[in-house]
Design a protein around this ligand. Structure first.
Ligand code: ZN
Length: 236
């Protein structure tokens, strides 16, 4: 027996007994011109299907039956990195934003989503509109950002503020965040300068049903993105 037919036989044998019985008793015989039971069969692989080759239990003529959809596709196995990424997102940039008065959104997002989609989820979680440019940055040094940087400017063909910055649409969450404990700054709106600290808390294996972005928990009340009585302060 070849390795291929060993494999085919294994796959066939792993099918539920009920399925096997139904297949074995329902094989077309060209000689009998009806469905018959196959006997003395062997299993073979043909692409994504197992093919049973044997003989008609009634007349002994050669018969075959293709059993489709039972070969597990190796390519479709989801890699571990396609898990769910759990983040704590802190809103900073306000003097009142202390530990006591914190504004946090616990967010779950599939690692395969882009940083652009992540930005959408974050801003929604704080009831903001994603109506300004933004970026994800490894760290801030005085008045400029440094380290890894991902900026929306790159996606729209504009000059990035950090040289070597990558786009947010072409970068996945799992490419920007590798392990729990990693932090980045989500900087939103270069005019109003909303600053969020984004910390990866955990990477969970995703079940089939749960590949969704969800706000898991809301701590603290988000400020209004556009306060009604904002003073017109000229910068510089
Ligand atoms: Zn027959």
């Amino acid at each position: 027996m070849t390795t291929e037919s060993m494999k085919a036989l294994k796959i066939w044998q792993a099918l539920p007994a009920e399925t096997k019985r139904a297949v074995l008793g329902n094989v077309w015989c060209s000689e009998c011109r009806t469905s018959v039971t196959i006997c003395d069969y062997s299993a073979h692989l043909n692409g994504n299907a197992v093919v049973l080759q044997g003989f008609c239990a009634v007349c002994g003529h050669k018969v075959a039956r293709v059993v489709e959809g039972c070969v597990p596709s190796v390519k479709k196995v989801r890699p571990v990195s396609a898990g769910l990424y759990i983040f704590d997102v802190w809103l900073w940039g306000d003097a009142k934003c202390t530990m006591k008065n914190r504004i946090i959104r616990k967010i779950q997002i599939p690692g395969a989503k882009s940083l652009y989609q992540f930005a959408e989820v974050i801003t929604q979680a704080f009831d903001f509109d994603l109506d300004h440019c933004f970026g994800f940055y490894e760290r801030r040094e005085r008045h400029f950002f440094a380290g890894k940087a991902f900026e929306f400017f790159v996606d729209i063909g504009e000059e990035p503020t950090v040289s070597g910055a990558k786009g947010v649409k072409r970068t996945k969450v799992k490419q920007a965040f590798k392990s729990s404990g990693e932090k980045m700054i989500f900087f939103f709106d270069y005019g109003d300068s909303w600053q969020f600290e984004v910390e990866l808390k955990e990477i969970k294996l995703a079940g089939k049903q749960s590949l969704k972005s969800i706000v898991l928990e809301k701590i603290g009340k988000a400020p209004l993105q556009y306060p009604p009585c904002e003073d017109d302060v000229e910068e510089e």
